[in-house]
Design a binder for this molecule. Structure first.
Ligand SMILES: [Zn+2]
Length: 238
């Protein structure tokens, strides 16, 4: 289900088993369109979070993904773009929503991690409330991770929270203790097949990382392995 649907059902009747399927469109929106088409062909609806940057926001693609029955959300990084100026950031936040809402009803948000920036864009909510801007929920604040297992392809693996600076939630340690830890996609598929995968989960993917082209796949492997080394070193420095 989409994140919006999760928020609607959250206090009433969530099904016994579900996955909140989420895609962060950091770049290469064309990859997201392909993902959206494949899901739609299988009757699956997901939430696509777009950044308000040229590398992500392509109005034509946003409209097509909307038409395929998916939810469009805002992948915000306004405080980083405003260099830490909160008043400037909230204006950019509101303007971005205005632009996106010409194409789709945007009611959910999710922060773009900007791993190399010292600024955490979530700090904007210490001074402002996104609910004043017609936002029903933020994936970080409004999902109940006590009952929702979180899994992301950050770092080009399914246990990348071990190297991620910002794409993580506090409950992860408890899940690992329960044995809910998967590294490769085959691990995830095996757990789904044998029924041991958590029944309630949020899954995040970055479609720009996924390809069926061997050369592009290998390039992603090499680049991400190098990035993970840097991220690990930065985490040690914290
Ligand atoms: Zn992102």
């Amino acid at each position: 289900m989409t994140f919006r649907r999760y928020l609607s059902l959250r206090n009433e009747n969530l099904p016994e088993k579900f996955i909140v399927l989420r895609h962060d469109v950091d770049k290469r929106p064309g990859n997201s369109l392909k993902t959206a088409e494949m899901e739609s062909a299988k009757g699956i609806s997901a939430t696509y979070f777009f950044r308000m940057r040229e590398c992500s926001y392509d109005e034509g693609i946003v409209a097509r993904i909307r038409d395929l029955g998916h939810e469009i959300g805002y992948h915000y990084e306004d405080l980083v773009l405003a260099g830490g100026d909160k008043d400037k950031a909230i204006r950019h936040f509101a303007e971005s929503l205005d632009v996106m809402r010409k194409v789709a009803p945007v009611e959910t948000i999710c922060m773009h991690g900007s791993p190399l920036s010292g600024i955490d864009s979530k700090a904007l909510w210490e001074s402002y409330d996104y609910k004043d801007y017609g936002i029903a929920g933020d994936t970080f604040y409004d999902a109940d991770y006590k009952s929702l297992f979180y899994i992301t392809d950050t770092g080009r693996m399914w246990d990348g929270h071990l190297v991620s600076r910002r794409d993580n939630v506090p409950e992860q340690k408890e899940w690992i203790a329960k044995g809910y830890s998967y590294h490769s996609t085959s691990d995830v598929i095996a757990a789904l097949d044998n029924g041991s995968f958590p029944h309630k989960a949020m899954m995040t993917t970055h479609p720009q990382r996924w390809t069926d082209n061997a050369l592009a796949w290998f390039k992603e492997l090499v680049m991400q392995s190098a990035k993970n080394i840097v991220k690990r070193a930065m985490n040690k420095g914290r």
